[in-house]
Design a protein around this ligand. Structure first.
Ligand code: UDP
Length: 330
């Protein structure tokens, strides 16, 4: 298939680009490089420095490359920033997706894979979280993705030939390609890279956000899925997709780890005491989030290969040790 990958220079997109090539697909990348890194993708892949809202240019790209399907990763991802700048999030994540879908409609492209998030569940009523668990996003980031999920359903009603897959990500972690590519968010807010930065001495310590949660050790529990497993699900999804499909899948391994468990695992992996400060809760953090991922396993045959948390952290560690300044290697 000829596949357009938006956000192909980002953390997850750059892993998806490689996985798609390995599985025999032809890839074209679109990225506005606001957060992505040009260095994270091979030079021989067609690359367009384009914003999602440039509908006409995207239509031209779709036609020129005879694109059959779109994998849409490009998005802003910070919950806190979305609370401060909601219009930025609705503009980029929601209107950006509408613009992309409009270009697809004009060019007759009817296959779409969408990166959604467990944030659509907000403070979930049940754990594990099923795809049918009520969606009650509690911040603009979650709503910006939830709106797109609903827009996709409306498009599917209007066009029976349109087919889409929505993947709701839990906590994506790790690095692929033996540490050649990895996570380089600026600013970094995610637990595992920050813990590893503390282990490397790149920051003084890591603050644990809350030790009084109703969990066995008092810290929050999350479901960490390796980025390589995550993108494998996308390849399975795009290959299975048919006109009329409206598929929704949770992507998590179905097991949660607490913040303290992550710290212990990181200590084992790095052989270093992680300087830790115990702080107060971060606003909007639910106590426990982990997936029931039976649906994606059953329907797409997905089987995550990296279910051991130390192995996931070790893969991230390889990347950070080899690239202490991320993609700024010069
Ligand atoms: N966390 C923490 N200290 C940090 C960053 C995160 O204790 O500096 C906790 C956070 O409260 C959550 C878990 O680590 O329980 C994962 O947070 P992250 O920001 O990586 O992902 P999120 O679950 O918010 O998507």
């Amino acid at each position: 298939m000829n596949i357009l990958v938006t956000g192909g220079a980002g953390y997850i997109g750059s892993h998806a680009v490689r996985k798609l090539r390995e599985t025999g697909h032809s890839v074209v990348i679109l990225d506005n490089l606001s957060y992505g890194h040009r260095e994270s993708v091979p030079n021989d892949i067609p690359f367009y420095h384009v914003d999602l809202r440039e509908t006409d240019r995207i239509e031209t790209i779709l036609r020129e490359h005879q694109i059959n399907a779109v994998m849409h990763f490009a998005a802003l991802i910070s919950v806190g920033e979305s609370v401060e700048k909601p219009l930025l999030y609705y503009g980029n994540n929601t209107l950006g997706a509408v613009s992309l879908l409009e270009a697809m409609e004009r060019a007759g492209v009817r296959r779409f894979v969408f990166s959604s998030t467990a944030a659509v569940y907000g403070e979930p009523e049940e754990t594990p979280i099923f795809e049918t668990t009520q969606r009650h996003p509690i911040n603009p980031y979650g709503r910006s993705k939830w709106f797109v999920e609903q827009i996709l359903q409306d498009i599917a009603v209007s066009d029976p030939q349109f087919g889409f897959v929505v993947f709701r990500y839990f906590n994506v972690a790790g690095a692929g390609e033996g540490g050649l590519i990895g996570e380089d968010h600026r600013p970094e807010t995610h637990l595992i890279p920050l813990v590893l930065f503390a282990a490397m001495g790149k920051r003084d310590n890591i603050t644990v956000f809350g030790t009084d949660y109703p969990t066995p050790d008092g810290t929050c529990i999350r479901d960490y899925v390796h980025v390589d497993d995550l993108v494998t699900a996308h390849v399975l999804g795009i290959e299975a997709l048919r006109g009329g499909d409206a598929r929704f899948y949770n992507l998590g391994i179905g097991r949660g780890y607490s913040v303290r468990e992550i710290l212990d695992a990181a200590k084992n992996v790095t052989g270093t005491e992680i300087p830790t400060v115990f702080g107060s809760r971060r606003e909007g953090d639910p106590a426990r989030l982990f997936a029931n991922s039976d649906k994606v396993r059953k329907e797409l045959g997905w089987e995550p290969q990296h279910t051991n948390i130390e192995e996931i952290i070790a893969s991230a560690w390889r990347w950070h040790i080899a690239h202490p300044d991320g993609y700024n290697i010069l």
